[in-house]
Ligand binder design. Structure first.
Ligand code: NAD
Length: 295
């Protein structure tokens, strides 16, 4: 495998393009929004510079990684020579189904079609193509150049050769892949989101405050950050929509999002991206300050 196309140049897409380019693959990074492509180039350059500053990359390796990435605005042009496509566009079912129909028409036979979705069924995505055996989940973690795990998700029809190829590829990127099957939330979010939801319920019911909940989980369970801070980092809207996927998919009330989470999303308190969630965020400051709402 040599040619990789990444669809979507946002938070995840630029990181995925970065790690493939650094590992020597030729990457087409495709986005319908040209300003996202420009932003991706700037982010990848900044992140490669950070690796140089840490002593884990040379200037020459940076130049060659950057030279391995082409920026493309049309899916058809971007995937015509692809051996592997990793779709990392916006998390929206209808958008992803549309993109996979396009990929099915434009990608060469034998190309592996992977999606980085956090919560949409791989089986459902595969079913809109004429090659469901070649469709698989490749769930990278954020930030992609730093996080070691890739959760590999086998759809109902994914063939073993495709799983094996994607496991090998992930190792070539220096990542550690784990193969799981396609049920709502896969493994990562099926376990993480109920924990975050339970932390929010504990706050909602007045069992403890924001700092106490996060401190118990950080110091007691050796988690690098507490569940409420992590929810702010992921985005409270994203947490709520993944909980809804679990709730709908299993039909079990234990996955229903906490009413406090729903209220915060409606109030547009979405965490870091909106400047406030359980904590308030000020540009340039790394200090963790609990939102006035929870003091
Ligand atoms: N952000 C995370 O922490 C995280 C972690 C794991 C997985 N994911 C998953 O990765 C995917 C991308 O998430 P993100 O956070 O990078 O989103 P994002 O909003 O940062 O980026 C999405 C990009 O997709 C582009 N896009 C939209 N429609 C397109 C199309 N038709 N063709 C090409 N590009 C298109 C947008 O212009 C945008 O640049 C989602 O499926 C998400 O669930 C996200």
């Amino acid at each position: 495998m040599k040619n990789v196309s990444v669809i979507g140049a946002g938070t995840m897409g630029n990181g995925i393009a970065h790690v493939f380019a650094q590992a020597g693959f030729s990457v087409n990074l495709v986005d319908v929004n040209p300003s996202q492509l420009q932003r991706a180039l700037a982010t990848i350059t900044k992140n490669l510079d950070r690796q140089i500053a840490k002593g884990t990359l040379t200037e020459e390796q940076k130049r060659s990684a950057l030279a391995n990435i082409q920026y493309v605005s049309q899916i058809g042009d971007g995937v015509k020579n692809a051996d592997l496509i990793v779709e990392a566009a916006t998390e929206n079912v209808n958008l992803k189904l549309e993109i996979f129909k396009q990929l099915d028409m434009a990608a060469p036979a034998g190309c592996i079609l992977a999606t980085n979705t956090s919560s949409i069924s791989i089986t459902k995505i595969a079913a809109v193509t004429k090659r469901p055996a070649d469709v698989i989940g490749m769930h990278f973690m954020n930030p992609v150049p730093v996080m070691k795990l890739v959760e590999i998700i086998n759809g109902y029809a994914t063939k073993t050769e495709v799983t094996e190829a994607v496991l090998t590829l992930s190792r070539q990127l220096g990542k550690i892949p784990c193969a799981v099957n396609d049920y709502p939330g896969f493994i990562a979010n099926r376990i993480l989101m109920p924990m975050i939801n339970e932390a929010i319920f504990s706050l909602y019911e007045g069992v403890a405050g924001v700092e106490e909940i996060d401190t118990v989980m950080k110091l007691g369970m050796a988690h690098p950050m507490g569940p409420l801070q992590l929810a702010d980092f992921i985005g409270l809207d994203v947490c709520m929509s993944i909980l809804r996927v679990l709730h709908d998919g299993f039909g079990n009330p234990k996955y229903a999002p906490c009413p406090l989470l729903v209220n915060m999303v409606m109030a547009e308190k979405l965490g870091i991206k909106s400047g406030e969630g359980f904590y308030v965020y000020t540009a340039g400051s790394k200090e963790l300050v609990v939102s006035q709402q929870f003091k």
